[in-house]
Write a protein that binds this ligand. Structure first.
Ligand code: SF4
Ligand code: SF4
Length: 336
């Protein structure tokens, strides 16, 4: 059993990919081997985090850990953080400097990292109402590099940058314990909520007609029945006013959780914004169409743009433009 003590304050979690691609397996193995050599680091290898059900052996092991985490996985860092959060592995978003070069380009067109609200506007996010513990969770996206050494250097940098020079508690051992959890998983598809952005407005509950969302004991939005979600459907991510709903396996980076760390805020591939709906198309219309497709596939009647959705559409068109709206305007201007 891995137990976090003051002598083992860091754990490297290696989350394996879904595919059998040998190159991916090699990279995971190389990172695991290098991780074992980092002072003060223990290593936990688990299947793909997103596919693991609550109560799985891997999440049991993860929940036993009390120290800081470095998580390497094949999904965007932001997606990995909130997948862990929904499974009770909570903490603060830890800084990661190893990011995609494209993510480091000018952030002129990026919406504010504080969400879709106007600058200066005070909006309460779920994490303001329910702050997470101070432990840091640094999620590294393995899609960024094929070089294990680059990831190894970043892991060392994170561990060293956070070590306490007085007590040196985070670097006391040479080489760590390695635990590998082997368990069967199936590919899953469900929404993951970024609670640093979510305002608990409940629009997603109203929109989804498949019973995916619910509320918890303190009236907070909850992905209650994740496996009710229709495979490939990202519709509710288009109606969320805060861009807080992530589908980690979606091909469009904006929906899959693309982001950068720190003050730079969101970095969105403009050409892929919202899965690149046709030019000028209203995201709410796209969402309604996608929802209808899923209703038809499930043998149910379509609902189109119902009154509630129409009202949201009107509210949205009358609302002052926010960062995301400006981003869409720029996309239109590019005539992609
Ligand atoms: S629509 Fe978005 S902001 Fe509103 S409750 Fe759902 S996830 Fe949160
Ligand atoms: S993607 Fe579709 S089915 Fe899944 S939660 Fe959203 S609206 Fe419901």
């Amino acid at each position: 059993m891995i137990s976090a003590t003051e002598n083992t304050a860091w754990t490297l979690v290696v989350s394996k990919g879904q595919s059998r691609n040998p190159k991916k397996r090699e990279l995971e193995q190389a990172i695991t081997n290098l991780g074992e050599k980092v002072q003060g680091l223990q290593v936990l290898v688990v299947p793909h985090l997103y596919d693991l059900p609550k109560g799985s052996e891997s999440y049991k092991k993860l929940s036993e850990l009390e120290g800081n985490l470095i998580v390497v996985s094949w999904i965007y860092s932001r997606a990995a953080h909130w997948v862990l959060d929904r499974n009770g592995i909570q903490g603060q978003v830890g800084e990661v400097l190893l990011t995609d070069d494209e993510d480091s380009e000018s952030d002129d067109a990026a919406p504010n990292s504080e969400g879709a609200a106007e600058e200066g506007e005070s909006v309460q996010r779920v994490t303001d109402m329910h702050p997470r513990s101070s432990r840091s969770i640094h999620c590294i996206d393995l899609k960024i590099t094929e070089q294990p050494d680059e990831i190894h250097r970043e892991i060392e940098r994170i561990v060293q940058s956070q070590s306490d020079p007085d007590t040196n508690h985070s670097l006391p051992i040479v080489g760590g314990e390695l635990v590998q959890v082997e368990e069967q998983t199936n590919r899953r598809w469900y929404p993951v909520i970024d609670f640093d952005r979510c305002t608990n407005c409940m629009e997603c509950v109203d929109f989804c007609l498949f019973g995916v969302y619910g509320v918890d004991g303190v009236e907070n939005i909850l992905v209650e029945q994740p496996d009710n979600c229709r495979k490939g459907c990202p519709a509710c991510s288009r109606v969320c006013p805060e861009n807080a709903i992530i589908f980690p396996q979606h091909k469009a980076p904006a929906i899959a959780g693309a982001t950068t760390q720190g003050d730079e805020g969101f970095k969105i591939d403009l050409s892929q914004l919202f899965g690149a709906p046709a030019k000028g198309e209203d995201p709410i219309e796209v969402a309604a169409r996608e929802r209808d497709e899923q209703l038809l596939l499930a043998g149910r009647d379509t609902v189109g743009i119902d009154d509630q959705l129409k009202k949201r559409q009107e509210d949205r068109s009358q609302a002052p433009k926010d960062h995301l709206d400006h981003l869409i305007d720029q996309l239109d201007a590019l005539e992609l």
